[in-house]
Write a protein that binds this ligand. Structure first.
Ligand code: NAD
Length: 292
């Protein structure tokens, strides 16, 4: 029997993810507040719903891909819990704060539903191409049920641990990414001031102990290393505003457990400065402009 999935939040990421569920044989009942997003989902083979509760009614699973914690909590509390059929599985793939993720999963569990937090690594191209990485928090049984659904949208599905640990993994990873990108940019800028050619510094550091993903897979300088957003005037890629969102979530989570994250705090302050200059839409490697 065909598995029916309610998909709520069909924006930049959710649109491609829902289309991949359709391609993999799932029946998708789509809802978004945006008419444009709904029309695209319909064109990709999903069935249009009139509201979140309408999408959820009768569905075997619910996938949400929404902007932030407040949207996720409102949609589950106001629409999903009341409309879902007994035994339906909930998967929230949005990037949200750990506290809200845990609270919503707890509320779902109290109502007898299984739920996982399953944020993603990978941008719009990976969502469209079905090559996302999912980091999943939740009970073993819920993870086992979620895995085939997530596998239809991604290349890797990793069980991080209990409720909220998917979000924990996501923000720790992105805090590391933000901090290493800042450090990589300041090293390139300083190397140039010390008289080094950027390509020469890359050739040395990329095979030395300063090497990182930010350097060799996402080099922030045009014409150096692989093709990256730097080669396209920092257009496309992973926006400064999204990096800032994740750094804010990371430092908020750090404060909640008394974790000391001075590098994460510094990266957040620098990305805030860049966003305040009106550069929120540029790729996050453009932080090099602040440091040159
Ligand atoms: P987006 O703004 O393009 O899409 C969000 C969609 O949710 C919009 O279409 C909006 O209309 C819809 N929406 C909001 N409230 C709703 C509601 N109450 N009911 C129904 N629909 C509602 O955002 P996005 O880029 O697709 O990101 C979604 C999530 O994925 C975010 O949490 C983001 O942090 C995360 N993420 C994004 C990227 C990326 O590169 N864009 C990468 C990794 C993770």
């Amino acid at each position: 029997m065909t598995t029916t999935i309610a998909f709520i939040g069909l924006g930049n990421m959710g649109g491609g993810m829902a289309a991949n569920l359709v391609k993999n044989g799932y029946a998708v009942r789509a809802f978004d507040l945006s008419e444009d997003a709904l029309a695209k989902a319909e064109a990709a083979g999903a069935t249009r719903s009139t509201g979140a509760a309408d999408a959820v009614a009768g569905a075997d699973a619910v996938v949400t891909m929404l902007p932030a914690g407040k949207h996720v909590e409102a949609v589950y509390t106001n629409d999903v819990f009341g409309a879902a059929k007994p035994g339906a599985l909930f998967l929230d793939c949005s990037t949200i704060d750990v506290a809200t993720a845990r609270r919503v999963i707890e509320a779902a569990t109290a109502k007898g539903f299984e739920m996982v937090d399953a944020p993603v690594s990978g941008g719009i191209a990976a969502a469209n191409g079905g090559t996302l990485t999912f980091m999943v928090g939740g009970e073993d049984a819920a993870f086992a049920k979620a895995k085939p659904i997530l596998s239809a949208m991604g290349k890797a599905v990793i069980h991080a641990g209990g409720a909220g640990t998917g979000q924990g993994a996501k923000i720790c990873n992105n805090m590391l990414l933000g901090a290493t990108m800042v450090a990589t940019c300041e090293a390139f800028a300083m190397a140039q001031k010390l008289g080094l050619d950027p390509q020469t510094f890359y050739d040395i550091s990329s095979v030395s102990s300063g090497q990182s993903w930010s350097m060799t897979s996402y080099c922030p300088l045009p014409g150096v290393g692989p093709q990256t957003p730097a080669d396209n005037d920092y257009q496309g890629g992973f926006a400064v505003a999204l990096m800032l969102k994740d750094l804010k979530l990371a430092t908020e989570a750090a404060a909640s457990v008394n974790a000391s994250v001075p590098m994460g705090n510094a990266a957040e302050a620098l990305y805030q400065l860049l966003a305040n200059k009106g550069e929120g839409g540029k790729d996050f490697s453009s932080i090099i402009k602040l440091l040159s």
